[in-house]
Design a protein around this ligand. Sequence first.
Ligand SMILES: NC(=O)c1ccc[n+]([C@@H]2O[C@H](COP(=O)([O-])OP(=O)(O)OC[C@H]3O[C@@H](n4cnc5c(N)ncnc54)[C@H](OP(=O)(O)O)[C@@H]3O)[C@@H](O)[C@H]2O)c1
Length: 294
Amino acid sequence: MAAKVISGNEVAAEIRAELKTRVAELKEKGIVPGLGVVLVGEDPASISYVTSKAKGSKEIGMFEETIRLPEDVPEDEVLKVIDNLNKDPKYSGILVQLPLPDHISVENVISYISPEKDVDGFHPVNLGKLLRGEPCPLPCTPHGVQQLLVRSGNDPSGKNVVICGRSNIVGKPLAAILMQKAEGANAVVTVVHTGAIDIAYYTKQADILVAAMGRPEAITADMVREGAVVVDVGVNRVPDSSRKRGYRLAGDVDYEPVAEKASFITPVPGGVGPMTVTMLLHNTVESAIRLSEK
Ligand SMILES: NC(=O)c1ccc[n+]([C@@H]2O[C@H](COP(=O)([O-])OP(=O)(O)OC[C@H]3O[C@@H](n4cnc5c(N)ncnc54)[C@H](OP(=O)(O)O)[C@@H]3O)[C@@H](O)[C@H]2O)c1
């Protein structure tokens, strides 16, 4: 079987078009969704992520501002910036680009963001709500995975979903999203990690297999059930001297052989990647609506 490719670029474009319409309608009511991004230091990957968030915001007609702070900024200065963003009605969403320098506590910074403006969905209050099945901003990458599944006609309801990886930003929140008794969820979820003695034992039983390990091409065809839906969250740089930049991007899935067995598969790049920023834009629009109703 040759798998159908689930294009994150196409699904993201579809959602962004919907968001653009919603933003235009909100503007007519005097509501302008606004995103405040805090960037500490000059990490090239972080700069690139922040740039794509700014570009995406502009594309859908939202207000966006990036506050750049030097690498050696003290933690309390970062908290002061967040405090100002929390109080300023121009911003319906706030995000602090991770990773942060070692002298700044990620937990302190995230907890300082008002849960109402936490568009990354990482605040402990929002993660608690997520687990309880209460309305809250969903963490962007796992929410993007859910949208890819639903919009490609692969409703997770009743399916055996196996997630490889239990990070706080992907594996754990994705498990929490998909296990809820809710539309677009209601799956039976298993999470595997380095504590599993035989990962393949679990992956082979998956109707929907999500790889989020950060291990290039670790999911091989023999680990995948015939006809499974495979979502590859991994983005890994693999040295490649034939490329000008010296590396190529690889997912956590051994793409070609797995695509021969799967019914659906997401590529890397162009799969989950474009969904993450899109769901951030979605969360900011939702947040603007909620704040305007208060
Ligand atoms: N496309 C996007 O927008 C996006 C967003 C976020 C992340 N990513 C990518 O997704 C991947 C995962 O990111 P992350 O932040 O979740 O990574 P992470 O924090 O490093 O977590 C990796 C998880 O995978 C597990 N793991 C690692 N090797 C394993 C193995 N051989 N067998 C089973 N489990 C294994 C780890 O288990 P333990 O807990 O036991 O250590 C851990 O739970 C990375 O490639 C990252 O670049 C992409």
